[in-house]
Write a protein that binds this ligand. Structure first.
Ligand code: ADP
Length: 498
């Protein structure tokens, strides 16, 4: 032991006590003495000792009781019994109570030193073993902690992860992998990856990282389409794991499902294609009229030339309408976060819109009827969007009406909603066309609508506005009888409960 060992001598014989103290102090040990078991126990409680020399027969508290109590304090302490009755029985009894060895009285200094040194060596080894055990326990705890951290991270990741060893065997995976790659019931530690994943496209990408020629491929990502169990697009990132010598240990692959993103991308580019298509026809027509006018192909008749220019103006007007609708559309898309909702009295909104449109003059002499109770409960909505919604529905009811037809606008609260309907006595919509009327750029083509201008965006804008206010829109129509659009918007909570 690097430090001098602490030794306590407990003996009621002063001669033994002091004799031991002398011998041991001269050997460089720190020595204390006690004259009975009780005193010895108190001292052992106050200060740690490496070794105790204990007499068996003492007044107040004997050696056996002392040993039992000291063992509770420090299981690794070395206790050597000094006994005047060195019989086999006393030795066995002492050993049973935790004694390391015993020395029969009287003893020579050499005898004492031999037993004592052996005892101290045992103590040193025991302490060392205990320290190692504690270190190992600590390491195990740390490893368990790291493992559970890794587990928690892997389990909570949205991206799927698969780890494969050099032999292409599966060594680690997370719940997202089971879900994204549909592997439930198929994963098993040590199973060949080709048996786990059936999609050839995926196996091909993962295998690339194992290719000995692809040493530059320490990490790469690829987009992969899979067909089973449903069509999905995944971004697969593969990284080879190497040890410090550069030896390949295995591969970590992550899979991110980007199917939804892809769909949005597709919808967007489809929308751009539709817009381009819708812009081209009126622009080509305008160019045609202007060409005919400028090159003189249309002849010199001023009235005919004027007619052509009028047509060009009409087409450019519809182009402006289209651009305005497109702008409104884009605004609705970007407005999601900053929609300004306020308490609105829809009676006032409806009436002012009817007034505005009524006075815009319509060749069909449409009659208006507004059917709204004196007081309507308030709704929480964006004023500008509500104006847009009413304008689009009412102007459609006028546009697709017949001469001397009627437009009836009504509103009433029902359950937790405000029902607003715009009904007309117009041309109606054929049943098979009804499901499409809310689609972007959809217009019913037929002899009755041929001369009505429009963009096909009005109702899709209406639908978006209604949905962004957590409402619903329904359409009912009978050909040659008329159409009714009903918008249902949620009432403000307090009003709804009244
Ligand atoms: P548009 O600019 O063509 O009016 P909308 O999106 O507003 O575009 O409407 C889509 C199509 O639905 C119209 O082209 C028309 O065929 C039909 N439609 C809309 N409202 C009515 C209505 N009140 N009566 C009959 N048909 C209608």
């Amino acid at each position: 032991m690097a430090e001098a060992a602490n030794i306590l001598v407990v003996d009621d014989e002063k001669g033994i006590r002091e004799g031991c103290r002398r011998i041991l102090t001269s050997e460089g040990f720190a020595v204390d003495v006690a004259e009975n078991g009780k005193e010895g126990l108190d001292m052992a409680k106050a200060k740690p000792y490496d070794l105790m020399l204990i007499d068996l027969m003492m007044p107040v508290m004997g050696g056996i009781e002392l040993m039992e109590q000291v063992r509770q304090l420090d299981p690794e302490i070395i206790m050597i019994v000094i006994t005047g009755f060195a019989t086999i029985e006393t030795a066995v009894d002492a050993m049973k109570h935790g004694a390391y060895d015993y020395i029969p009285k009287p003893f020579a200094p050499d005898q004492l030193m031999a037993v004592l040194n052996r005892g101290l060596e045992t103590r040193r080894l025991r302490l060392q073993a205990e320290q190692l055990r504690q270190e190992r326990d600590q390491k195990l705890l740390e490893i368990a902690g790291e493992k559970s951290k890794l587990h928690t991270i892997m389990n909570s990741m949205a991206d799927a992860i698969l780890v494969i060893n050099r032999e292409h065997q599966l060594v680690l995976w997370n719940p997202a992998a089971l879900k994204t790659l549909n592997l439930a019931g198929q994963v098993q530690l040590g199973k060949d990856i080709a048996e786990v994943i059936r999609e050839k496209n995926l196996i091909d990408v993962i295998s690339k990282a194992f290719n000995p020629d692809s040493s530059q491929y320490t990490m790469f990502s690829e987009e992969v389409e899979i067909a089973e169990p449903e069509r999905k697009t995944l971004i697969v990132s593969v990284a080879a794991v190497r040890d410090e010598k550069g030896q390949e240990l295995g591969i970590v692959s992550t899979f991110r499902d980007i199917t939804a993103l892809k769909e949005v991308e597709e919808v967007k580019s489809q929308f751009v294609r539709m817009v381009a298509h819708e812009l081209r026809a009126p622009l080509a027509a305008i160019e045609g009229y202007l060409n005919a006018y400028l090159t003189g192909v249309a002849g010199k008749d001023p009235q005919f030339n004027r007619q052509m220019l009028e047509r060009a103006r009409l087409r450019s007007k519809s182009l402006i309408e289209l651009v305005n609708d497109l702008l409104q559309f884009a605004r609705l898309e970007s407005k999601r976060a900053e929609r300004k909702k306020e308490l609105l009295d829809m009676k006032e909104v409806i009436e002012s819109n009817v007034e505005l449109l009524k006075n815009q003059g319509d060749s069909k002499d449409v009659q208006f009827q507004v059917d709204i109770p004196d007081k309507l409960p308030f709704i929480e909505a964006d004023r500008a969007e509500m104006d847009q919604l009413m304008t689009n529905l009412i102007s459609n009811a006028m546009k697709y009406n017949v001469k001397n037809g009627k437009v009836i606008v009504s509103a009433r609260p029902e359950a937790h909603f405000l029902h607003i309907s715009v009904a007309d006595t117009g041309i109606g919509i054929e049943e098979q066309c009804l499901p499409c009327i809310f689609d972007e750029f959809y217009r019913v083509r037929g002899p009755k609508t041929r001369y009505t201008t429009g963009t096909g965006l009005g109702l899709s804008i209406v639908k978006r506005i209604v949905e962004s206010h957590f409402g619903r829109i329904e359409a009912e129509s009978t050909v040659d009888k008329g159409t009714t659009f009903t918008v249902k918007l949620p009432l403000r909570q307090v009003d709804a409960s009244q």
